[in-house]
Design a protein around this ligand. Structure first.
Ligand SMILES: NC(=O)C1=CN([C@@H]2O[C@H](COP(=O)(O)OP(=O)(O)OC[C@H]3O[C@@H](n4cnc5c(N)ncnc54)[C@H](OP(=O)(O)O)[C@@H]3O)[C@@H](O)[C@H]2O)C=CC1
Ligand SMILES: O=C1O[C@H](COP(=O)(O)O)[C@@H](O)[C@H](O)[C@H]1O
Length: 556
């Protein structure tokens, strides 16, 4: 291992790790969080003031220093669609310092005006024109190769000049956001390590998925990065960890005492974690074909959700220096999950429906591709809490709906079959809808209202758009970028978590790559292969039929 000459976060003030896990609300949000908001550029006096939210304000300590954000791969799709809009969101809500510089870096030659033209369409929905102009005036661009040390040295010289111009602080922090494909991660990381780390403040590296394509390649990448940067400098993004309802899981589970006694094998029949998209690969088939739905969604997003749903309570959730506890709990859970086998899954690949093209019609996809665009997998957890409870992770493209949800299905009441006349009482389900329209609802059986007495399926409903209509709900990337600036690592994937997850999925992925499991065709716009419902039924999921639900908003 080479020596770490660059300054890590270790030993640095832990102020930046304090505060709640979530982005403080915007000025337009509910009154309970107004105290936390920096108004425009956060003044030093406000940040130091001993308010009841002092911890939150302290966690914005980075606002006192100079900040340079370098977007590596600034010419690409992710940068324009997610990275810059989220940076703008933070800027316009006052979460970037006055003198921030956002430096785009990529191989393509581009003028500042060309960068501006590229970004403008993706910023225009996010704020006023004058604010966008102000933000764009902070955005610079430089071209160079990812392994080009001279280009990075020249980038470093430019950054030193920008930093020297700032009078606010002698400390300058640098955040490098990797919006590039993984084959250049190590080149870019080496170039930064050798030439461009911050001489006076922290240097943090943000890495996007995919982190490898199986256990071994992930390990190689992790070891390569670990030679250059310490774990506390590395922020591996899984954007599902930035979604409101995913961030809510810890609070929902551990701040509601009624749930804990039920949250185990004694009361839970099965858990479904579902991701559905109602569109296909949309011309990205060439990229998608190298990964498939398991690498794209199950190994990362759904496994992260699974670990938060099923983990034991962490020692602590927030507070200075406590970021590791949540990640420890997640790793401990994932280590109880045996590898998923071919027998545990149903794979699918969508075909055209007459109007919309099938997966194999995508020009980037080989005509004989066996890459799954759908997978339903039964995951087991071999620990005291969950032994025998199937966790069904299901993800698919080109399905009937766009949604992501967690459905905890409870066992039926013991007297359900003889106490009441009529059909079997359906099991209770706690549904946490991650998107769209965040909601938590509990499917509950009640006496039919009025003169009837038969049980009726209904729900206790917490629909966020109704209960919190004016709350600013930032994009997942916006929340995660703020966490990076605050040094809050619990919402990022640690190296051992990543390895534990690849251990679960790699044997299946290799079996699929070797042709041991072929996808079943399903029609674009359908619910996926019928075999997936049979699999769910075979492990205990009870589908009690769709019931008509009345949106309370209709009555308002
Ligand atoms: N706050 C809110 O917005 C609330 C909304 N509702 C709405 O009420 C309705 C009923 O709710 P809910 O019961 O949760 O949702 P659904 O009836 O849509 O789905 C129930 C579950 O059964 C699965 N499923 C659907 N069809 C079949 C099938 N043929 N065989 C096996 N499994 C199947 C679904 O999977 P899959 O997704 O894969 O199709 C889903 O996991 C929904 O429209 C829901 O959105 C209810 C309460 C509150
Ligand atoms: O990581 C990915 O996620 C998106 C879905 O993200 P969402 O926030 O819109 O749910 C998916 O479309 C893409 O294939 C995948 O790479």
């Amino acid at each position: 291992m080479t020596s770490r000459t660059n300054r890590s976060d270790e030993g640095r003030t832990n102020l930046a790790t304090r505060g709640p896990d979530h982005l403080p609300s915007s000025p337009s949000s509910g009154s309970q969080s107004r105290e936390e908001e920096p108004q425009g550029r956060t003044p030093r006096s406000l940040m130091r003031s001993p308010t009841s939210n002092a911890e939150t304000l302290d966690s914005l300590e980075y606002m006192l220093d100079n900040l340079i954000i370098v977007v590596i791969g600034a010419s690409g799709d992710l940068a324009k669609k997610k990275t810059y809009p989220s940076l703008f969101d933070l800027y316009s809500h006052g979460y970037l310092p006055e003198h921030v510089v956002i430096m785009g870096y990529a191989r393509s030659h581009k003028t500042k005006d060309e960068l501006r033209d590229q970004l403008m369409p993706f910023l225009s929905d996010h704020g006023e024109a004058s604010k966008i102009e102000e933000f764009l005036s902070k955005c610079m661009y430089k071209s160079g190769g990812y392994d080009d040390r001279d280009a990075f040295a020249s980038l470093h010289a430019d950054l030193l000049d920008y930093e020297a111009e700032q009078e606010a602080s002698t400390t300058s922090n640098r955040l490098f956001y990797f919006a590039v494909p993984p084959n250049v991660f190590l080149d870019a990381a080496r170039s930064i390590h050798e030439t461009a780390v911050s001489p006076s403040g922290w240097t943090r590296i943000v890495v996007e998925k995919p982190f490898g394509h199986d256990y071994d390649s992930c390990k190689e990448l992790s070891l390569g990065l670990a030679e250059l940067f310490t774990e506390d400098q590395l922020y591996r993004i899984d954007h599902y960890l930035g979604k409101e309802m995913v961030q809510n899981l810890i609070c929902l589970r551990f701040a509601n005492e009624f749930l804990e006694p039920l949250w185990n094998r004694n009361h839970v029949q099965c858990v479904l974690i579902t991701f559905k998209e109602d569109f296909g690969t949309q011309g990205r088939g060439g990229y998608f074909d190298k990964s498939g739905i398991i690498r794209d969604i199950l190994q990362n997003h759904l496994t992260q959700v699974l670990s938060l749903v099923a983990m034991e309570p962490p020692v602590r959730v927030s507070g200075p220096g406590h970021s590791h506890y949540v990640r420890d709990a997640k790793v401990q859970l994932l280590e109880c999950v045996p590898p998923v086998t071919v027998e545990d899954v149903v794979l699918g690949q969508y075909v055209g429906d007459g109007e919309r093209e099938g997966y194999l019609d995508d020009p980037g996809v080989p005509a004989d591709s066996q890459t799954p665009t759908f997978c339903s997998a039964v995951v087991k957890i071999q620990n005291r809490r969950w032994d025998g409870v199937p966790f069904i992770l299901k993800a698919g493209k080109a399905l009937d709906d766009r949604k992501a949800e967690i459905r905890v299905q409870f066992k039926p009441p013991p007297a359900g079959s003889y106490l009441f006349d009529g059909p079997a009482i359906p099991p209770n389900e706690l549904v946490i809808r991650l998107q769209p329209k965040e909601a938590i609802y509990l499917k509950t059986n009640v006496k039919a209202p009025g003169l009837r007495s038969a049980p009726l399926q209904s729900e206790l409903d917490l629909s966020y758009h109704l209960r919190y209509p004016d709350t600013y709900n930032p994009d997942a990337y916006t929340r995660l970028l703020l966490d990076i600036l605050r040094g809050q690592q619990s919402t990022f994937v640690r190296d051992d978590e990543l390895m534990a997850s690849w251990k679960i999925w790699t044997p299946l992925l290799h079996a699929i790559d070797e042709g041991q499991a072929a996808p079943i065709p399903y029609r674009f716009g359908s619910r996926g292969p019928a075999e997936a419902d049979e699999l769910a039924k075979s492990v205990g999921f009870v589908y009690s039929g769709r019931y008509k639900w009345k949106n309370p908003a209709a009555k308002i």
